[in-house]
Write a protein that binds this ligand. Sequence first.
Ligand code: COI
Length: 360
Amino acid sequence: MQTKQIEIPVTRVRRPKPRPLDDQLGFGQVFTDHMFLMDGAADAGWSDPRIVPYGPLSLEPATVALHYGQSIFEGLKAYRGEDDAVRLFRPERNIARFNRSAARLCVPPVDPDLFLAALKQLVAVDREWVPRAPGTSLYIRPVAFASDPDLHVRPSRTYCFFIMLSPVAAYYAEGFRPLRIRVEDRYARSVRGGTGAAKTAGNYAGSLLAGEEAQAAGFAQVLWLDGIRQEYVEEVGSMNIAFVIGDELVTPPATGTLLEGVTRESVLQLARDYGMTVAERPVTIGELLAAARDGTLREVFGTGTAAVISPVGELAYKGERIRVRDGAVGALSRRLFDDLSAIQRGRLPDRHGWTVPVED
Ligand code: COI
């Protein structure tokens, strides 16, 4: 994508904030000095793109997004390499998914060239905030929400789009230690025809109670099953899920009920590059239990922008515990994590053209 011709006006902060040290970073609680903003209209698209100091937005209490959840977002990262270059990872995949979410939620699409220019120029303005330490990155959160003050249940006529940045370390407090996950057999995240494939606020709101209950019982998160039979494995909500069963890497197919993760897609490609058999196919919880019993369930791990590769050491389902590798990190999880991080930081050749330098 060619973005050079789009110049976005910048208003800089008068006094930059102190930046946290790399070893003090958590996830998503510290924000950089600037943000990107633009205004949208259902009939006229997006206008007035600008980079301004990060700060509060002013909203009317009647703002549609607050009442009816007409709001979508994305998550991607910028990485600082040992060569000091700052690279985005596959931003065009996030931009495409954003526009699929936009179509599902009746939000006007954003021109991909403008979107990429906004990502690059905002990260370039706050480039000093991109951390250096291994395992750290600059998390990028684009959001579009319905801004009409209007209580009708109908698509808003006006919208706000912003991009904010947050220097981060690992998403899960466990870091790379294998997670304990509860297989959710009461609540559902998504059904056929619903919004499960869209990155929309309501999907996350609807998952909170299950997550809270799982955490109270000592689990990091829940693994969602399909919303009809509660039999087919789908995703974790903050990440997609993959299994090594025998010699095959298996992940549930993206058929509209789960998020089409960019890390998921990249991991499938890397596994193919390693010569592994890769299958996107339905996986039942019964198959996992059987594979755990007969010893063919060799690895379980989550994939996500925030979660990166998160090994899973235990799945709990209706009182039964599926221990995976006795809680140890698997060889494939480790290799994928190392190789993805190395590509993102420019340490391994980028064979698939996944990285995009922020400064051309
Ligand atoms: C991401 O991985 O970027 C996500 O959006 C997951 C989560 C933090 C909501």
